[in-house]
Ligand binder design. Structure first.
Ligand code: ADP
Length: 365
């Protein structure tokens, strides 16, 4: 059930596919706190397992248990994310294409002065689509996608984390082109004087920084015949100001992912309503757009889901006897009701904090 057997992983990437929806990530490796609970661990067949064992044995200086752990916690995710699935964020998409997707698909064009970045940071309020963007980048660049929640590295895997970090980078190099997506990067690369920083997390952080630098050095030397150029650390954070200054500098691009503007909220809402019976007129939609000012993408999703319950809620127990066609369409009043409970998760004060940071440290354009 593997997306691609190891023998095929190293074939050079094809040119950009004519149909954007026909691309897919080679495979996705997910390491998160609940990855053993809610992800489908592959019951990989014997052939895949043998290939993995061969791969693991060929990695020098890598703990086989750690490498196996990374390889076996694989998710085959049916729900690929594509650019079109993400409402708005045109500037971020453009920047990700230039920084990751084009260099990954056309390494011949991106050398010398055009050498691709090894690190990119997506920062902004929670629920604005950072994770979705990372997943879309993996799909569109046909990369092996390693997804780690930094907090799980420093909690669940603490103790084995250094070995895991080493195995992670070695595997990423071997299975390149690869994207190492690190969510909540602030918990891994937080400022040194963090009161919570203990010896163990300091060591993981160092190991991560060392491995990351090696990537850059090896790519510059380009002597190992591996696809080293095409390994990128893509990180996301809601707390960009807590990242270590030295670590921050390594993210050559720092892309602000802001709250959605009115036009983006419209696309998002229209998409959510497209499979739903509703009576919202243009002027009511306009009103709703004003009411959702300051909402993040995930706030809007939560609001629409709650509002969609409105017509069912008012039926009470009668719901059980009512046929689907008799359920009334969704109305503006359902949204207005839900707005009493579903409030924006980002405060104005917090927002200006992001904007200030973006002004000082963000990459423009
Ligand atoms: P982040 O990583 O920034 O916290 P996510 O990418 O995990 O946010 O988004 C959380 C959820 O919010 C998504 O699963 C999706 O339902 C919704 N969402 C957020 N931003 C967008 C967007 N721009 N377009 C479509 N859905 C979005």
């Amino acid at each position: 059930n593997r997306l691609r057997p190891p023998a095929q992983r190293k074939t050079p990437s094809p040119l950009p596919s004519p149909s954007p929806r026909s691309t897919s990530p080679k495979r996705e490796l997910v390491l998160s706190e609940n990855s053993t609970k809610d992800t489908e661990t592959l019951g990989s067949d014997e052939g895949d397992r043998l290939d993995d064992e061969k791969l693991i044995r060929s990695l020098k200086g890598v703990d086989p248990v750690a490498a196996r752990q990374i390889l076996t916690e694989i998710v085959v995710n049916g729900d690929e994310v594509h650019w079109d699935d993400i409402a708005g964020l045109e500037e971020a998409k453009k920047s990700l294409k230039e920084t990751v997707v084009y260099p990954f698909l056309r390494p011949d064009l991106f050398s010398g002065l055009r050498e691709p970045a090894r690190g990119m940071l997506l920062f902004g309020p929670p629920g604005t689509g950072k994770t979705m963007l990372a997943r879309a980048v993996a799909t569109e660049s046909q990369s092996t996608f390693f997804s780690i929640s930094a907090s799980s590295l420093t909690s669940k895997y603490l103790g084995e984390s250094e070995k895991l970090v080493r195995a992670l980078f070695q595997l990423a190099k071997r299975l390149a082109p690869s994207i190492i997506f690190v969510d909540e990067i602030d918990s891994l690369l937080g400022t040194r004087n963090n009161e919570g920083e203990n010896e163990a997390s300091r060591r993981i952080k160092n190991e991560f920084l060392v491995q990351w630098s090696d990537l850059t050095k090896a790519a510059a030397g380009r002597d190992q015949g591996e696809d080293l150029q095409r390994v990128l650390v893509l990180a996301a954070t809601n707390l960009p100001w807590s990242i270590d200054e030295a670590a921050r500098r390594r993210f050559v691009r720092r892309q602000y992912i802001p709250l959605p503007e009115e036009s983006t909220r419209r696309v998002h809402l229209e998409r959510l309503l497209s499979h739903q019976k509703h009576t919202l007129s243009e002027s009511e939609m306009h009103e709703l757009l004003q009411l959702t000012e300051g909402f993040s993408g995930s706030d809007i999703t939560a609001l629409a889901k709650d509002a969609a319950m409105g017509p069912l809620r008012e039926l009470g127990d009668k719901l059980l006897m009512t046929s689907k066609s008799e359920i009334r369409p969704l109305q503006l009043k359902d949204f207005v009701n839900s707005l009493k409970y579903i409030r924006p998760s980002v405060s104005k004060g917090n927002l200006s904090h992001f904007e200030e940071w973006a002004k000082v440290y963000g990459s423009s354009g």
